[in-house]
Design a protein around this ligand. Structure first.
Ligand code: GLN
Ligand code: ZN
Length: 755
């Protein structure tokens, strides 16, 4: 009896082997055969991990050199014209990363995760035709190792739904062609074995779908499931409930449905339909998005609750989604506090959890080792609940007794006082915070962390950087200066390292896109700020100039959204604790004479829930906590915020409710189009629309920026506008930054003179 199921496994390698070999290949330091060899080693290792953990359903085709949406475009032959003359790996990586002549395809976030996929480009002319052997080969490769896999594919509706139309035609015009191509593939697959299982991932089904898309589900899965009698089709959704789609899918000839019961508790509402349809339910109960050790008791309870409706014979237990979104293994975490480590489970540990929860649920015989693991699971979870590491009574009390939750002065009053205090007129120039992180800066930080240099030596270097940074900004005539953030490795990690309740791993990397990985901090306990975190550096910078220096902080919602967050209290509560910590920092900064403070909320939008029904709640607590984080600021302290994106149409009222005095946003690549919404809603506060794109090394000319500013002035009055780049400059090089900022300041001068 096959009883447990893994939706998918990460592929970058536990030591980021795939990243390293890819980057070597891209730098022309190895040839592609080396990449291929390593990839096969990784697949073998990952299959064996799952086999050893006694996972029954193991995937093939969850591997990818770069991204599985990109793989799907190749598989279906949906290759944009500009890549026409390329083949094989050249074609593949050109689509992903561009080359001398072709720009790369767009990349965007995979639902509400930090994984990014390559967006398919579809036009009326796109044709589809089976175009890859990868799937068949990977299946055979696993079979040779003695592992019979299920085959993972991106579902046809999700594939088209996530693609972008380059000519404004309806992407679903192609649904039949895509399905026919998949049918051709299924016929190939059907020759592989007596029976094969194919998993179609349809995470799009957890979004609020219109009736047109919903109407595609039945014909698509009727067609696919009827293609070959020896293929069993699984449709999986994750990250939320998919009740609308489930109701339809139960009436198609698919074999099983995979649903997420961690992030889609509402899937319970579909159980009755599933039971009556006799479909197998693959119940996602091991969290594929977070890193905490499962509580076996809770998991079994959840399963028993499902089993009240669905008979056990109709059930398989699984991960809530692919394990792509968690790090590989705890085995490299030697420096992590032992107690905290005992609360964690990464992908490899989750495999064992899955198998063991399954065994308990299905009443299978446990061996001695398993019995003791179960006992330890119980102890570790109990110990976590009561650990003094997690609970800070003092902070809990303080939060309960908080009187002031937001600024009391109204924007209209504040801005009057501030304009007088800072004495700025209009089109005021500034930057978003960071300046280039040079190799010297990184070296300095590394040496300090490795105890190779003293704190004094380390700080001397940082001060030198700040000195240069300030004098450069003065030289070119920027109005509002920054210290440049040389002391920060990362805008979240820097704060996390100084707050109680955060832990940092050595090796908990998660793939973000292509070869890039991130290593999010873990928030395990009550957050508390003992001491000021930024005051000394900003004060130092301010002491070097008579111009205004803007202090730089990261906001509570962004710190939350870019961390692995404890699951024993709600996310909003955690955000609340972080907000209080930031509010204290704001207060210390203003008391130290720093009267302009930017609280970055770069990740505010990405925290939005997938379903409209949950958005209001998130928006409310996210706004409340941002407001709390700046609640200490006095009337003449000017609060800025920054967001790294530009599509505000659907959330403009929420952004306004954050009530920052000034917001800087990313609009450089879209002229003034995206600014219009601010005008439409008669947005009150001041705005700094990025006037040039910092994501490219290109230096924009003065003329270009003059035109860009003129375009902005068509939409909003000059008094409401600030002038700044798109985002922080830390990924750029000094020569580019110097020339670009100089041009930016000159462009403003030209505009002002021309009036
Ligand atoms: N202040 C940060 C910086 O300039 C903001 C970064 C961001 O928005 N991602 O680097
Ligand atoms: Zn940004």
């Amino acid at each position: 009896m096959q009883k447990n199921y893994v939706i998918g496994f990460p592929r970058i390698g536990e030591k980021r082997e795939l990243k390293k070999v890819l980057e070597k290949y891209w730098a022309n330091q190895s040839d592609f055969s080396e990449v291929e060899y390593l990839a096969s080693q990784l697949r073998k290792r990952h299959w064996n991990y799952q086999k050893d953990a006694k996972v029954d359903f193991i995937s093939s085709n969850d591997f990818s050199y770069y991204d599985n949406m990109l793989d799907t475009s190749i598989l279906l032959g949906a290759i944009p014209k500009r890549f026409e003359n390329l083949k094989n790996e050249e074609l593949y990586f050109a689509m992903a990363r561009g080359n001398e002549t072709c720009v790369a395809m767009e990349m965007t976030k995979w639902f509400n995760t930090n994984y990014h996929y390559i967006v398919p480009e579809i036009s009326k002319e796109t044709t589809f035709k089976l175009n890859s052997k990868k799937i068949i080969e990977e299946y055979k490769e696993a079979r040779e190792l003695g592992i019979k896999t299920k085959i993972n594919l991106i579902g046809a509706i999700t594939y088209l739904g996530l693609s972008k139309s380059v000519d404004n035609s309806d992407v679903y015009l192609h649904i039949n062609s895509v399905v026919n191509t998949y049918k051709d593939l299924l016929l190939e697959i059907s020759k592989l074995d007596e029976q094969v299982i194919v998993q179609f991932d349809e995470p799009l089904f957890v979004k609020d779908l219109d009736s047109k898309v919903l109407s595609l589900i039945k014909p698509v899965y009727d067609a696919l499931a009827n293609t070959a009698s020896n293929i069993k089709i699984v449709v999986t959704t994750y990250f939320e409930h998919s009740n609308e789609a489930t109701k339809i899918l139960v009436n198609t000839p698919i074999w099983a449905l995979g649903l997420d019961f961690i992030y889609g508790a509402k899937n319970f509402e579909s159980l009755e339909y599933i039971k009556n349809s006799n479909k197998i339910l693959i119940a996602g109960i091991i969290d594929g998005r977070n890193i905490w050790k499962s509580n076996f008791k809770d998991k079994l309870q959840l399963l028993e609750k499902i089993a009240l409706t669905i008979p056990k014979e109709q059930l398989i237990v699984s991960t809530s989604c692919s394990l792509l979104h968690v790090p590989f293994s705890l085995k490299y975490e030697d420096n992590l506090d032992k107690e905290i480590k005992s609360w964690l489970a990464f992908a490899c540990e989750k495999l064992n959890e899955l198998a063991l929860v399954g065994k308990q649920f299905f009443d299978l015989k446990l061996n001695l080792e398993e019995t003791s693991t179960i006992k330890r699971n119980f102890e570790d979870n109990n110990q976590r609940k009561t650990s003094p590491k997690i609970h800070n009574i003092q902070i809990q009390k303080e939060l309960k007794n908080l009187k002031i939750l937001e600024r009391t002065d109204k924007f209209e009053d504040r801005i009057k006082v501030q304009r007088e205090f800072f004495n700025y007129d209009y089109l005021t120039t500034t930057t978003i915070g960071s300046f280039p992180q040079t190799p010297e800066i990184r070296e300095n930080r590394k040496n300090f962390k490795a105890n190779l240099i003293s704190k004094d030596e380390y700080e001397k270097e940082i001060k030198k950087y700040i000195d240069d940074c300030i004098s450069f900004q003065e030289e070119i005539g920027l109005d509002v200066l920054v210290h440049g953030e040389p002391e920060r490795n990362d805008m979240v990690e820097y704060f996390g390292e100084m707050l109680d309740g955060f832990a940092f791993t050595q090796n908990a990397w998660v793939q973000s896109y292509g070869s890039r990985c991130v290593k999010p901090p873990l928030i395990y306990g009550d957050v508390n700020r003992e001491n000021p975190m930024t005051v000394e550096w900003i004060k130092y910078a301010q002491s070097k100039t008579s111009k205004v220096v803007k202090g730089m902080l990261t906001g509570p919602v962004t710190i939350l959204n870019w961390s692995f967050v404890r699951d024993d209290i709600s996310r909003s509560e955690v955000a609340h604790q972080i907000a209080l910590a930031i509010a204290k920092e704001v207060n210390d900064l203003q008391n130290a004479g720093i009267k302009m403070i930017q609280v970055d909320e770069a990740a505010f939008k990405e925290g939005y829930p997938l379903r409209i029904e949950n958005m209001k709640d998130y928006a409310q607590w996210a706004v409340e906590n941002f407001r709390l984080s700046v609640s200490t600021s006095k009337i003449d302290t000017q609060i800025h915020t920054h967001m790294c994106y530009s599509e505000f149409n659907d959330i403009i009222k929420t952004i306004e409710a954050m009530d920052a005095d000034v917001i800087s946003i990313e609009t450089a690549r879209s002229g003034n189009r995206l600014l219009r919404i601010f005008k439409e809603v008669a947005y009150k506060q001041e705005i700094g629309p990025g006037i040039y794109d910092i994501h490219s090394p290109r230096v924009p000319s003065i003329e270009e920026m003059v035109n860009q500013i003129k375009a902005l002035l068509e939409v909003l009055p000059k008094e409401q506008l600030w002038i700044n780049p798109d985002c922080g400059l830390k990924t750029r090089k000094w020569p580019e930054v110097k020339q670009s900022l100089k041009n930016m300041v000159e462009a403003v001068q030209i505009i002002k003179k021309g009036e």
